[in-house]
Write a protein that binds this ligand. Structure first.
Ligand code: PMP
Length: 362
C-alpha cells in the first residue's frame, strides 16, 4: 500500500512509524490479549502510558515544575469556553483581551463574551488576516484577566515569530497548529492549549499546560469536566478519558524524541517551509498570501495567478499522491499543511509538482 503525502490541515498525517506501531499493538497490547481501547483507564498499563506521556511532554517541551499538564475533553474549540470559565474571574472586572489574527481568535473572543467582556486590542482583519498586527503591550487593559492569542493561524498561514511580554497579565496561547514544532519558553505563557489533531495525535482531545497559580479562579458555574482544577487534581482521570488519544500521543512523542526532539524538528520544519516559499517566491504563477515576515512554517498558503486553474492543480496533485491541498474558503487558493510528520521528501515532491504544473500551464 502506498501512503499519500497528506497536506490536510487536520486531522493531519501522523508518522508512518506511529501508525504501524499502533496497528501492531491494536489487538494485543503488551501480550495482554486485549487492546488499549478495551482496557480500563485505571489499569496499571494505562497508568504507565499516561505517566510516560507526561514525562515525554515535560522533556520535549521543557515544561517547568510549576505547570500542570492536562488532557481535556472536546478538542481545541472547547478551550474557547474552558479558558474564560477558568480564568476570566481572575480579576473582578471579568475582562479578557484578544489579538484577532484569524477566525479562531475571533471565535475565542466571541465565546468569552458569554462570561465577561472581550476586548479586541488589535486585529489584522483589514487585510484578511495576512499578517500579525503590531501592538504595544501598554495597550493591554491591566484589568484583563488574560490576553489570548492564536500563535499559528492555520487558515491564513501566519504565525507569531515573537511573543509579547505581557507582564502581570497571563498570556494564553492557542497553539493547536504548531505545538512542538518550535522551541518555546513555556514561562512566557500562563496557559498553552492545543487540539491534538495536527502535531500530536487524533482529534477530540486538547492538551492544556497551565501555570499552577492560575488554577483557582474558575467561575462557580464551570462544568466539572471543564474545570482545570478537576483535571489537575485527578490526573485528567475524573472520568473515562480518551485513552486511545493519549496512547497515540505517547507514540507520537516517542517518535519525536527519536527524531532528535523539538530543536531538530524546528530546523527541519524551517527547511521544509523554505523549500515551498522559495518555489512560490521564484515564480509569478504562484502567489504567497501571508506577508513574508509573518509566514507560518506549518501552513503554507498560496493562490494561483490564474485562479481558474486551481481545481486542476489540486486534482492533478492528488492523482500524484499529494493529498488535500485545497485552501480554506476564507482564503481561497491552496494550502500545504506541513506539520512535524510531513517528511522533507513530501515538500520536495510538492515543489517538483508545482514546477512541472507551472511549466505545462504558463
Ligand atoms: N484553533 C486552531 C488554531 C485550529 O487550527 C483549530 C482547528 N483547525 C481549532 C482551534 C479548532 O479545533 P477543534 O476542531 O479541535 O475544536
Amino acid at each position: 500500500m502506498k501512503r499519500v503525502y497528506n497536506f490536510g490541515a487536520g486531522p493531519a498525517m501522523l508518522p508512518t512509524e506511529v501508525m504501524e506501531k499502533a496497528q501492531a499493538e491494536f489487538l494485543n497490547y503488551q501480550d495482554m490479549g486485549a487492546g488499549i481501547i478495551e482496557i480500563s483507564h485505571r489499569s496499571k498499563e494505562f497508568d504507565a502510558i499516561i505517566d510516560r506521556t507526561d514525562e515525554l511532554l515535560t522533556e520535549l517541551a521543557g515544561i517547568p515544575d510549576n505547570y500542570k499538564i492536562l488532557y481535556v475533553h472536546g478538542g481545541a474549540q472547547m478551550q474557547f469556553s474552558a479558558v474564560p470559565l477558568n480564568l476570566i474571574n481572575r480579576l473582578p472586572a471579568r475582562k479578557a483581551s484578544f489579538v484577532l489574527t484569524g477566525n479562531w481568535a475571533v471565535k475565542a473572543s466571541e465565546e468569552a463574551e458569554r462570561y465577561g467582556t472581550s476586548l479586541n486590542i488589535a486585529s489584522s482583519k483589514d487585510q484578511n488576516f495576512n499578517y500579525i498586527p503590531d501592538f504595544d503591550v501598554s495597550q493591554i487593559d491591566p484589568e484583563s484577566s488574560y490576553l489570548h492569542i492564536t500563535s499559528n493561524n492555520t487558515l491564513f498561514g501566519t504565525r507569531w515569530h515573537q511573543f509579547p511580554k505581557t507582564g502581570d497579565v497571563p498570556l494564553v496561547a492557542d497553539m493547536t497548529s504548531e505545538f512542538l514544532s518550535r522551541k518555546l519558553n513555556i514561562n512566557d505563557f500562563g496557559v498553552i492549549f492545543a487540539g491534538l489533531q495536527k502535531n500530536l495525535g487524533p482529534a477530540g482531545l486538547a492538551l492544556v499546560l497551565i501555570r499552577d497559580d492560575l488554577l483557582d479562579y474558575a467561575l462557580p458555574e464551570t462544568p466539572g469536566l471543564l474545570n482545570y482544577k478537576t483535571y489537575a487534581e485527578q490526573h485528567s482521570l475524573a472520568n473515562t478519558n480518551n485513552t486511545f488519544a493519549i496512547y497515540m500521543m505517547k507514540l507520537v512523542l516517542e517518535w519525536l524524541k527519536d527524531q532528535g526532539g523539538v530543536e531538530k524538528m524546528e530546523a527541519q520544519n524551517e527547511a521544509k517551509a523554505k523549500l515551498l516559499y522559495d518555489c512560490i517566491d521564484a515564480s509569478d504563477f504562484y502567489l504567497g498570501t501571508a506577508q513574508p515576515a509573518h509566514r507560518s512554517i506549518m501552513n503554507v498558503t498560496f493562490t494561483l495567478a490564474k485562479d481558474e486553474l486551481l481545481d486542476e492543480f489540486v486534482n492533478q496533485a492528488e492523482a500524484q499522491g499529494l493529498y488535500a491541498l485545497k485552501g480554506h474558503r476564507a482564503v481561497g487558493g491552496a494550502r500545504a499543511s506541513i506539520y512535524n510528520a510531513m517528511p522533507v521528501a513530501g515538500c520536495q515532491a510538492l515543489v517538483d509538482f508545482m514546477k512541472e504544473f507551472e511549466k505545462s500551464h504558463a
